[in-house]
Design a protein around this ligand. Sequence first.
Ligand SMILES: Cc1cc2nc3c(=O)[nH]c(=O)nc-3n(C[C@H](O)[C@H](O)[C@H](O)COP(=O)(O)OP(=O)(O)OC[C@H]3O[C@@H](n4cnc5c(N)ncnc54)[C@H](O)[C@@H]3O)c2cc1C
Length: 628
Amino acid sequence: ARLYTEEDPVVILSSDSLKQTVLNSSSAWLLQFYSSWCGHCIQYSPTWKALAGDVKDWSQAIRIGVLDCAHEKNFDICKEFGIHFYPTFRYFKAHDTTNDFGKTYRGADRELQTVRQLMVNFLQNHTKHDWPVGCPPLDPARSEDILSLMGKKTEFYTAVIVEDKDSYIGREVILDLMPYEGLAVKRALSSDKLLMEKLGISSVPSAYLFYPNGTHTVMNVQKRLRFFFSSFLKLLPGVHRKQTNSALQRPQPGNNGQGTQVEWKEFEKSKVYMADLESGLHYLLRVELATHKTLEGEELKTFKDFVTVVAKLFPGRQSVVKLLETLLEWLVSLPLEKIPYDAILDLVNNKMRISGLYLSEQVQWVGCQGSSVALRGYPCSLWTLFHVLTVQAANRPDALANTGFEDDPLAVLQTMRRYIGTFFGCQECGKHFEEMAQESLNQVKSVDQAVLWLWRKHNQVNARLTGSMSEDPMFPKTQWPTPDLCPTCHEEQEGLHVWNEQMVLAFLKQHYGASNISPKYSSNSPDRPKTITKPNSNVHLNQNLKPSPDSAPKHQKRTDTNGAGEKHNGVQIEARPGMTFLGLGFSSVDMSLCVLLYALSCVFLMFMFFFFRFRSKRWKARNYRPYV
Ligand SMILES: Cc1cc2nc3c(=O)[nH]c(=O)nc-3n(C[C@H](O)[C@H](O)[C@H](O)COP(=O)(O)OP(=O)(O)OC[C@H]3O[C@@H](n4cnc5c(N)ncnc54)[C@H](O)[C@@H]3O)c2cc1C
């Protein structure tokens, strides 16, 4: 296998693309010419990938590429470029038309931080004439320019990183924020005493922030590290990733693409919202799965396992949990190998009118709302649901007792893997997720590791999707949790950001724990359960597939409902009349059958009565004995 794949944040070059990509480019390039059989190259590849991921946002200024000289079709180009040893590192300046073969880096130190700083130095070697397009100035700003911002209203924020002469933080933060709009980042040196005094800065590195409204203050970050400064700035209100051409064609924030404004709901990002989880379950059960006419074989098994895990672990409202439990009992009690999905829908829609079961049909995205209806929503809620479930499995070890999943730390992840692979509407996503699962899921040995595995993989997906079309400019894809949510989760080792996984685990358990789920915006249960009739489809509960009354939990009561049908979102909502008797709910079909059977049995009994009466009279007349 090749050392680098399309999944990695590096640009993979070949003889066909090398010259036209790298020479006279609008950005500078740092290339690694490697050989896939060379042991050093193999060992070094994780560092190179990490570096490329770390500087992904610098791509307008400098980009990272690889070319495999062991590939037959690259033999000639590697010869032409004079590559004799592997790996060879070459820098290519932006706008270089001299057709040269780049500048070789010969240093022995190839640590990530060293190479990253060399990239900054190399960028600064450009002149005014060949400066990479889109790369902001990296030299320190003049103190007059900074001080003139005091009290001045502008259209954007200005952040100033004040640092020592040898520090790279300022330049790295400037490059990190390059793809973002709504702010400008500058750097200043601590040797500028007047500036230090005017800004009231006594220790470095520090950051100072000028707000668009003319106010200004020292930036308050928990740790004075590059990652903390960059994250803080990326998350400022009004700061978002610049839109690409394709992203510009997307509906604008607050607009659903059809001219209708979407109502914005205020929310706290430190909370998980029950409305998101329930809306996700509604979409999953009534829309995504409903595209399957019947479930059988592996699909049915996957669905049953999914319902088992959710019914046992979902820390939701009683009405939803009861609905899931009833669905589970019904699925388990049914010996069928094939189930029409309409029958499942009938149960989800509580056609049996079992009181206390209800899953709202209203979609309410809160923490998962997007700046347009085309963004976020369901996939966000699905991630959230599975994070909640892994945390529940870790916090409540006995929850899966007697389900066949007890003692299985992989229960939630394997169920998620199979659900995503079988039913998730985005097939490509399913393929990627499966690749990640095949790669490392077998290393998960405990429920805590399962929580961390899902977090790690979600961040891997976030990194891949940074700047993609599915990124909501108001909710940029970041490595999560950001420092403002969990400062102790972040550390730095030799200039590289590292996670404190113990802290991450504690944070995930708190964030996705039941007590952090807010009921705000959750739709209330209706006074009566409603049934849905899809146009032109027979949705009457299939009598053969009715769950037997015994299969419903004993504590569940049935109730009657009354009311006329009503129209909602183009779907006919029909509330059929019914009644309760001895605490059991009966629909009108049940009632009609009862009356019919009652009438038939009356006729039958009358017939028997007259038949035997007539026979006994005849017998008496035939065998009349006056002396008996
Ligand atoms: C299994 C799966 C695979 C996917 N694969 C792809 C794909 O290959 N290509 C594609 O274009 N889209 C894919 N998607 C969709 C994509 O990941 C996002 O869900 C979607 O773009 C919406 O993004 P979002 O901004 O709402 O944040 P999401 O990534 O959906 O995250 C939702 C919320 O989870 C929290 N969060 C973020 N990161 C983490 C983390 N590491 N750990 C715990 N919580 C976190 C945040 O609060 C965030 O708001 C996939 C979705 C799923 C469920």
